[in-house]
Design a protein around this ligand. Sequence first.
Ligand SMILES: [Zn+2]
Length: 225
Amino acid sequence: MADTITSPTTTPEAVLAAAQRMLAEGLVEGTSGNISGRLPDGLVCLTPSSVAYDTMTLDDLVVVSLDGSVVSGHRSPTTEKDLHLSALRRYPELGAVIHTHAVYATMFALAHEPVPAVIEEVVVYIGGDVPCCAYKGTGSVELGDEVAAHLADRGAALLANHGLVTCAATPEKALHNAALVERTAKIVWGARAMGATIHPLPEKVNRDMAGVYRYIRDNPPVPAA
Ligand SMILES: [Zn+2]
């Protein structure tokens, strides 16, 4: 990575659009899950706590500093904000984080088992298998630290007994990663239910495609002037 990186940034509109698509795609239900996006001024736009996605508006979003202080918005930010802020503080090349309770991914999280990178696109978009973090209390600073450590070279991680976190340059790409992990977890679960032997990708393919992931992550889109 270059010594200095210009962080990718997004807009509240993109955070809201991803939140509503996350609901439409069945990755969350009710008010569970949450999304963050890095804004051009270095602040972070977060979805609020306890507001339904289908009626959520731009006015419901909350802007916080990277240390979690509320800067604007009349709602409370998601109680899981440390999940987001710890990753955005640690990795300047990231611009968005999404947390969902997607069903199949959460099945692996209950088993404390990684979602294996047995499909090529998972290595390209996620960097490899989706690791499972150690259990830490929901909403805790410790959970934020644990998750951020697992996102060093991955676009997704499982939260033990809880759900899924994904990250990317933009909310749209982080949502793509969430849908990809969920689909992969479903496919692996189904293949196992068939009694199938799941074959790993060749090691060279894994290595080369993980390199592609790293390159894309370290060269995020330049924010519009
Ligand atoms: Zn959660």
